[in-house]
Ligand binder design. Structure first.
Ligand SMILES: *[C@@H]1O[C@H](CO)[C@@H](O)[C@H](O)[C@H]1NC(C)=O
Ligand SMILES: *[C@@H]1O[C@H](CO)[C@@H](O)[C@H](O)[C@H]1NC(C)=O
Ligand SMILES: *[C@@H]1O[C@H](CO)[C@@H](O)[C@H](O)[C@H]1NC(C)=O
Ligand SMILES: *[C@@H]1O[C@H](CO)[C@@H](O)[C@H](O)[C@H]1NC(C)=O
Ligand SMILES: *[C@@H]1O[C@H](CO)[C@@H](O)[C@H](O)[C@H]1NC(C)=O
Length: 483
């Protein structure tokens, strides 16, 4: 008997003789129409129960094809194929390192704190390494829960915490396309960088590679499928001599270490170092927060043509900073200068972000090294970065920034600037309003890919800086290990 006939018979209080309802009521329970509405969900539920296998598997397939991969097994709509695996080629194995290489380093958080840090590293470790939340005075929804006073060196902890939640982790290293080494390289080194002899600085790196080389995972590819993350610049791990006065450790000069790819905030042009963005203050927990921030930036009023946040480098010979600051101050109607040598004003994220947010261009000259965290703060503010050295971004962040750098930035040769061939204000005034608008839109579109999402949640469709780094690592290791 047809189901709907059965239902309407029952509804009419006139069940067929095949089915004996209790007390055989003669009156109508309800109108046909109403009853159908009432029963349909119940019937649907039982149908789903019977065919649940097919139905729910296909829902999964649908989610896989139309949303972000969930890391679950792929199912194709209409036909089941349980052997197809969306994680195939993306599996990552995390080495279970002894705690002396990571947990112990941050347990003694006072040891890794320096007097120049805004917060003790103990405080910077809060919120999975994002640091203390930013308390906005005007606590609009825009700032709530997704802005933190993040210390750049915490990238190692943030990245590790993201790695722990990666979609395609495996306990079976034989299945893995890449092996992550959760060594807090920069934080470990920070304990010994000042006032310690070279053997103290080199100790843990030597210890680490010896530990790795003994493992079966190493033997498979001579470590070519291994990678790690550093919140310090690559040069810090490439000390040239054994003189105590020389800077840094020798970690990246060890033969085993050379086979490992290091993701770092600044490479030294070695082929096994790849640069990834510095962490900024924004760590969205969902896609909406990113889109909301982008919308907000598009509506910003930007009264200054350009701005600079930084300090002079008087002890550094040949630094272009003095010239840049002088030119900024000479164009005082056009340029806003935030002097970072005064009252730590640049350490206040809200202060800094509001400076960048009110400027069309943000000057990013080299500082102690070629790259600056400020570059990413400026992109995050929708402020078009102005570079004075190709090593400040173009040759660094090849997985995260577009190849065609004229689309999102301005380049001013520091040589031309020094000899007076160009001035900053003239160069920037030559950029038309339309060009500004197009470049700013490019910059705003870069934001999702340069932020590190909150490790405690998951972005739905956005590939953030972490995702792009992992995509890059998997491609790179595939090339390195193919025989
Ligand atoms: C399932 O997927 C595997 C691997 O892609 C393929 O070889 C196989 O033919 C597929 N089976 C069916 C029934 O489509
Ligand atoms: C807070 O709001 C006031 C008034 O609307 C404004 O002047 C001030 O700049 C805002 N502060 C921040 C940090 O946005
Ligand atoms: C290096 O310093 C450590 C302690 O700071 C000391 O124990 C060690 O003997 C020193 N090594 C050398 C080679 O000077
Ligand atoms: C590094 O990798 C190469 C192969 O790419 C291998 O020949 C060499 O032995 C490896 N070095 C170490 C120290 O494992
Ligand atoms: C442009 O900068 C130069 C110094 O580099 C300065 O003399 C000049 O007044 C500035 N022009 C404007 C409009 O600010």
């Amino acid at each position: 008997m047809k189901l709907h006939v059965l239902i309407s018979e029952f509804c009419a209080g006139n069940p067929t003789k095949n089915i004996k309802w209790k007390n055989q009521p003669k009156r109508k329970y309800c109108s046909n129409h109403f009853c159908f509405v009432l029963f349909f969900p119940v019937v649907l539920f039982f149908m789903l129960l019977c065919f649940n296998h097919l139905f729910f598997e296909n829902i999964k397939g649908f989610v896989y094809f139309h949303g972000k991969s969930t890391g679950s097994v792929t199912y194709f709509p209409g036909k089941l194929n349980e052997t197809e695996d969306s994680c195939l080629g993306r599996y990552i194995y995390i080495h279970d390192l002894p705690e002396r290489f990571n947990e112990d380093v941050i347990k003694d958080c006072q040891l890794i704190t320096r007097s120049t840090d805004k917060y003790s590293m103990c405080k910077s470790l809060e919120n999975s390494g994002l640091g203390p939340g930013i308390e906005a005075l005007n606590a609009s929804d825009l700032w709530k829960n997704s802005w933190f006073s993040t210390n750049q060196f915490m990238l190692e902890v943030i990245f590790h915490n993201r790695m722990k939640k990666y979609d395609c982790l495996t306990d079976d290293s034989a299945l893995a396309s890449a092996v992550f080494v959760p060594y807090y390289s920069g934080l470990d080194l920070r304990r010994y960088l000042w006032g310690f002899n070279t053997s103290m600085r080199d100790l843990s790196g030597i210890d680490l590679v010896a530990w790795l080389a003994r493992k079966s995972e190493w033997k498979r590819n001579s470590g070519m499928d291994h990678f790690l993350i550093s919140g310090r610049i690559a040069r810090d791990f490439r000390r040239k001599s054994n003189r105590k006065s020389d800077w840094g450790s020798n970690f990246r000069l060890l033969p085993e270490s050379e086979n490992i790819t290091m993701l770092t905030i600044e490479t030294g042009y070695s082929k096994n170092d790849i640069a990834v963005p510095y962490p900024t203050y924004f760590h969205p927990a969902n896609d909406f927060q990113v889109h909301q921030w982008q919308e907000f930036l598009r509506k910003q009023n930007r009264p200054y043509l350009f701005s600079f946040a930084g300090a002079r480098r008087s002890r550094q010979k040949g630094s272009i900073r003095a010239e840049i600051i002088d030119q900024c101050q000479a164009s005082n109607k056009l340029c806003n200068f935030m002097d970072c040598s005064l009252f730590n004003q640049c350490d206040d994220p809200l202060n800094l972000m509001s400076l960048f947010r009110s400027s069309v261009f943000c000057l990013q000259p080299p500082g102690d090294s070629l790259t600056r965290r400020s570059t990413f703060d400026s992109i995050l503010s929708g402020c078009i970065p102005v570079f004075f050295h190709p090593g400040s971004a173009y040759t660094q962040y090849v997985w995260h920034l577009p190849k065609d750098h004229n689309r999102y930035s301005v380049f001013i040769s520091s040589k031309d600037l020094r000899v007076g061939k160009v001035t900053i204000n003239q160069t920037l005034l030559q950029v038309s309003k339309d060009e500004q608008l197009a470049m700013r839109e490019e910059v705003i579109k870069l934001i999702p890919g340069i932020v590190y999402g909150d490790p405690r949640s998951r972005l739905e469709t956005i590939d953030d800086a972490f995702d792009l780094a992992i995509n890059g690592i998997l491609k790179r290791i595939k090339l390195l290990t193919k025989n």
